[in-house]
Design a protein around this ligand. Structure first.
Ligand code: CP
Length: 310
């Protein structure tokens, strides 16, 4: 009944059957979330720590809500205001949490591979809530789930990932997830923000945003990750918006009604204008809603393969 993995470190390690199982389980949880009584006691005896070494709004709240809807006990940890500022290591921090009998750790970290490192040293299940520029698996699962909800089977669907592909963990996890599920994927943006040889992951590359929009059924517009760019990779945000931003007038000029997605937080007026983000073609808030059901499914299915730490 569980997944083929003990930890959710990335989509790369998942089998297609795992993704299908997560979607089917999320379907059930989504029904429950729409009932007057939204809680189930499935994880009544489980304690989960949300350990966030990097800022978050959506992911953190969504995990906490998912855990509470499943009846788990939840503790939250932020690096700011913790003993990390006194020099405590990642492993010491987490081992101290585990000494308090934690069963599962949900972790966000600015270092790629940090959740993997943790999984090698602790017995509890680890869920990656975003690590550096590597993966953000639950974001990709909720993105793919939202496409499936809107457009049906992912097989053969044309999905464009637009913008800062180079620094986006959402892009990499989306590429793994969508290609495993049989969708066609094109990445589009400025050449400086698209990794060389990305075609080896089974995607096409387009440098003209308008052509990518004309090709796709769904455009997932990604945030410009200025905090991860050590040196300028385009001249100004104004120029980026002009050549690579998605606007409602651009969407209206297409021959079909494509779906617009964004993982958030949005840089309004940079990668996406407000009239496009808030248009009827946008399912951005639907993605957020689906995130809770997807995270409930992931936690529930992983708890089935978890070894108790006591
Ligand atoms: N999509 C996403 O990861 O958003 P947060 O950084 O707010 O969690």
């Amino acid at each position: 009944m569980g997944l083929s993995v003990k930890h959710l470190l990335g989509i790369r390690e998942l089998q297609t059957s795992d993704i299908e199982k997560i979607f089917q389980t999320a379907d059930n949880f989504k029904q429950i979330l729409n009932r007057p009584v939204k809680k189930v006691p499935a994880l009544r005896d489980t304690t989960i720590a949300n350990v966030f070494f990097e800022n978050s709004t959506r992911t953190r709240l969504s995990f906490e809500l998912a855990e509470k809807r499943l009846g788990a006990d939840v503790v939250n940890f932020s690096a700011s205001g913790s003993s990390v500022s006194k020099g405590e290591t990642l492993l010491d921090t987490v081992n101290n949490l585990l000494a308090m009998k934690i069963d599962m750790v949900v972790m966000r970290h600015s270092a790629s591979g940090a959740p993997w490192f943790l999984s090698q040293h602790i017995n509890a299940s680890v869920v990656n809530a975003g690590d550096g520029i590597n993966e953000h698996p639950t974001q990709a699962l909720l993105d793919a789930y939202s496409i499936r909800e809107k457009h049906g089977d992912l097989k053969g669907k044309r999905i464009a990932l637009l913008g800062d592909i180079m620094h986006s963990r959402v892009a990499l996890s989306n590429i793994y997830c969508l290609t495993k599920m049989g969708a066609e994927v094109t990445v589009a943006g400025p050449p400086t923000l698209i990794p060389k040889n990305i075609q080896s992951l089974g995607v096409k590359v387009e440098y003209d945003i308008k052509k990518a929009l004309e090709w796709c059924d769904v455009a997932n517009v990604l945030r410009i990750q200025l905090e991860r760019q050590n040196k300028p990779l385009f001249s100004t945000l104004r120029e980026y918006a002009l050549y690579y931003g998605v606007s409602k007038s651009m969407l209206d000029s297409l021959e079909k009604n494509i779906t617009i997605m964004h993982p958030g937080p949005i840089n309004r007026g940079v990668e996406l204008t407000s009239d496009a983000a808030d248009s009827k073609q946008s399912i951005i808030l639907g993605q957020v809603e689906n995130g809770v059901a997807i995270r409930m499914a992931v936690i529930y299915l992983l708890s089935g393969t978890r070894e108790m730490t006591v």
